[in-house]
Design a protein. Structure first.
Length: 261
């Protein structure tokens, strides 16, 4: 397993390989031709950036049964389990890195929630890939927090602000190149208290199914990402909170919540 980060160097963003608490700067992108340099710095003193700025930002909504059932119960509706792997999109303007703030807009409602998600980072350009070969195009895995304003989600015609407002998509802290999804757990904490804990692999449709289905209609490019949904019943976040999403085998994505003006 390798662990890659994207960090702020003196001359701009750069990729680095993390080994034993040290970031080794790379010339090039890790899923393309690259070489490691002699530039080494302590990870603890390194400003981490969003681990990739994707060309296309895909997402898999409603991909955990318990999440669907519990949200339906809250609204008095029958749960609707999706019959196929449906893919949506998110916007890059919403991306923020590990330790950067999530800003709750002044006009946002009380239902301002996290969603801890596994994220696939693609390292190859593919089209019409089979389910059997789908994971071969994944370079590695990171963590996302799909922040959601539920009043806007229910009332707007699209998800343009409920899901895509600036700072609503924390992603990081780095990319790992190997992950046993079936053995992983996703744990969410607010101010140190565990608020959700679920098996990461308990998806209705797994990553391979989503990748194969998407590639039938859209070319997946190296550097694209796909967020894979959340389970449980996320709680509300408030300014002053610190939200952590941990996925065993990757690490922990941490972000404070602040009030917007």
């Amino acid at each position: 397993m390798e662990k890659w980060c994207r960090f702020q160097a003196a001359d701009g963003p750069s990729y680095g390989l993390i080994e034993d608490g040290t970031v080794i700067r790379a010339d090039g992108v890790p899923w393309e031709d690259h070489r490691l340099t002699d530039d080494r710095r302590p990870l603890a003193a390194t400003k981490l950036l969003v681990p990739v700025i994707p060309g296309t930002f895909y997402c898999a909504g409603a991909n955990y049964r318990d999440h669907i059932v519990k949200r339906a119960a809250m609204t008095g509706r029958e749960p609707r389990i999706p019959p196929r792997a449906d893919i949506g999109y998110r916007a890059n303007n919403a991306l923020v890195a590990h330790d950067e703030p999530i800003v709750k807009p002044a006009d946002a409602g009380d239902e301002f929630e996290y969603e801890g998600e596994l994220v696939a980072v693609f390292g190859r350009t593919v089209k019409n890939v089979s389910r059997h070969e789908a994971l071969d195009c994944v370079f590695g895995w990171t963590i996302g927090n799909d922040v959601s304003e539920r009043h806007w989600q229910a009332g707007d015609r699209t998800l343009w602000r409920a899901k895509n407002t600036d700072t609503f998509k924390p992603m990081g802290p780095w990319i790992v190149t190997d992950l046993d999804i079936d053995a992983a757990r996703t744990i969410v904490r607010i101010n140190g208290e565990v608020t959700d804990d679920f098996r990461t692999g308990d998806m209705i449709f797994d990553a391979a199914e989503f990748i194969s289905e998407l590639s039938r209609y859209a070319t997946i490019h190296a550097g694209d990402v796909m967020w894979l949904g959340t389970d449980g019943l996320p709680r509300n976040m408030n300014p002053g909170d610190v939200v952590e999403v941990e996925i065993a085998g990757i690490g922990t994505l941490r972000n404070p919540v602040i009030a917007g003006s």
